[in-house]
Design a protein around this ligand. Structure first.
Ligand SMILES: Cc1cc2nc3c(=O)[nH]c(=O)nc-3n(C[C@H](O)[C@H](O)[C@H](O)COP(=O)(O)O)c2cc1C
Length: 167
């Protein structure tokens, strides 16, 4: 027995989360989705996980390439987060017209230049859970930019109060 979809969504909407874009592919053939289901796993080896809907082109391409990047979003990325959540209808490569995307040094993965942190990862393990694939990635390179974070809670994007105070 399990709770309804409605109860699941109501409960999980109360989990405040940082917002990321999970990206994959390489120059000219990139895919990406906005995601909050991203989590630190272990420092040894440095491992992160991302849960990606198996119906997305992003999930299929991560499975093919065995590589993905996690881009931790800043406040000013809210419009980019909306594009990569599918709002506005852009798909595939067209989404990358929004945001300061560059190619990662190591694997040519799509890296958002102004991300708080951008991590190039190699898939170490993958587990299917319901509608999603859980990708465990070993972090092979990292990029940093100093910006306040973008938060998602109760169905809306937020900024931290400290950021408003500093503004
Ligand atoms: C705040 C927010 C968080 C999301 N988190 C996830 C997530 O963790 N995993 C996921 O697969 N989709 C997540 N989504 C939905 C995807 O961004 C969306 O389904 C995706 O862009 C659709 O891509 P497609 O058009 O290529 O199928 C989230 C959406 C929003 C707005």
């Amino acid at each position: 027995m399990s709770v309804s979809d409605e109860i699941f969504r109501r409960a999980l909407s109360r989990l405040a989360a940082g917002v990321s874009i999970v990206s994959t592919g390489s120059t000219g053939n990139r895919r990406g989705v906005t995601a909050t289901a991203v989590c630190s796993v272990s420092a040894g080896p440095p491992t992160i996980l991302a849960c990606v809907n198996t119906a997305t082109g992003t999930c299929k391409m991560i499975q093919e390439k065995g590589l993905f990047a996690i881009n931790l979003l800043a406040e000013h990325h809210k419009p980019v987060a909306e594009v990569f959540a599918g709002r506005g209808g852009l798909q595939g490569e067209d989404r990358f017209e929004h945001g300061d995307w560059i190619a990662g040094d190591l694997h040519d993965l799509p890296i958002l230049g102004s991300a708080l942190a951008a991590l190039e990862c190699r898939v170490d393990n993958m587990v299917e859970a319901g509608t999603h694939a859980v990708f465990f990635g070993v972090i092979e390179s990292a990029y940093f930019a100093e910006n306040p974070p973008l938060i998602f809670h109760d169905g809306r994007f937020h900024v931290l109060p400290m950021s408003a105070a500093a503004a």
